[in-house]
Design a protein around this ligand. Structure first.
Ligand code: URA
Ligand code: SF4
Length: 238
């Protein structure tokens, strides 16, 4: 039976990611564990500087047990590298750790997680963030952004710049890489891919700044605002 508390009773009090991952494998905090193949916990360096948060595992992720191993993951990695974010500096995860789907013939079609599942699964994301303590959290797509920033968050209005939140030292919301793949027109796919990489460049410049140390960070702030402003210029507004 899923518990009313969601995942909380299954989350051990530890900052060790491997222990968290092992515990998540037997989570029954909501009904999604029943039909999915396995828990898809986050993956990446325990000392990652950036945590990227997607929505939930897809079909491939459910089969392989790792996040972003399907086509959206390919777009994501390409955009990160193009923006100058090394893959060994990132940790990939999702707001919901089990695949939710609808069967259509032989195909399993992704179904958006509901609020109950998002709330139930949240303790896992919190535990991952506590364990890693990244400099930057990047949400991918509207579901992840709203799970973190609240349901009134408007992705296309507020993406691409750092936002104040109690959930992370710095949070930036960007598109989901699968939005790039879903756009029917080639020109739109290019445009969305450019937005994604522009947003990742904002993150890359923040990482450069952070690695120059706290003291210099204070002086660097105006410069990073300019970069953020540039990121916003790329936003289609209105
Ligand atoms: N889409 C997501 O949001 N997460 C994954 O892990 C894969 C695809
Ligand atoms: Fe637990 Fe999250 Fe899976 Fe629900 S989706 S069973 S809360 S790990």
């Amino acid at each position: 039976m899923p518990t009313a508390e969601g995942a909380a009773p299954f989350v051990p009090k530890t900052r060790n990611l491997d222990r968290l991952r092992r515990a998540a494998a037997t989570c029954r905090g909501c009904d999604l564990y029943r039909r999915a193949t396995q828990t898809v916990f986050g993956l990446g360096a325990p000392d990652a500087r950036v945590v990227l948060v997607g929505e939930q595992p897809g079909d491939q992720e459910d089969r392989q047990g790792a996040p972003f191993v399907g086509p959206a993951g390919d777009v994501l990695r390409r955009a990160l590298l193009e923006a100058g974010i090394p893959l060994d500096k990132v940790y990939l995860t999702n707001v919901v750790k089990h695949f939710k789907f609808e069967e259509r013939g032989k195909r399993r079609i992704h179904k958006k997680p509901g609020r109950t599942e998002i709330v139930a699964c949240r303790p896992w994301l919190n535990a991952e963030l506590e364990a890693i303590r990244p400099d930057v959290v990047v949400s991918l797509g509207a579901t992840a952004a709203q799970a973190i920033m609240g349901s009134r968050f408007q992705l296309m209005k507020d993406r691409g710049r750092f936002l104040p939140t109690s959930q992370a030292p710095k949070l930036l919301a960007t598109l989901h890489p699968s939005a790039v793949l879903r756009a029917p027109e080639r020109a739109d796919r290019h445009r969305l891919y450019r937005l994604l990489t522009a947003d990742f460049r904002v993150v890359a410049s923040e990482l450069d700044g952070a690695s120059r140390g706290r003291a210099r960070m204070a002086r660097k702030r105006p410069a990073s605002r300019i970069l953020v402003a540039k990121g916003r210029l790329a936003t289609p507004r209105g």
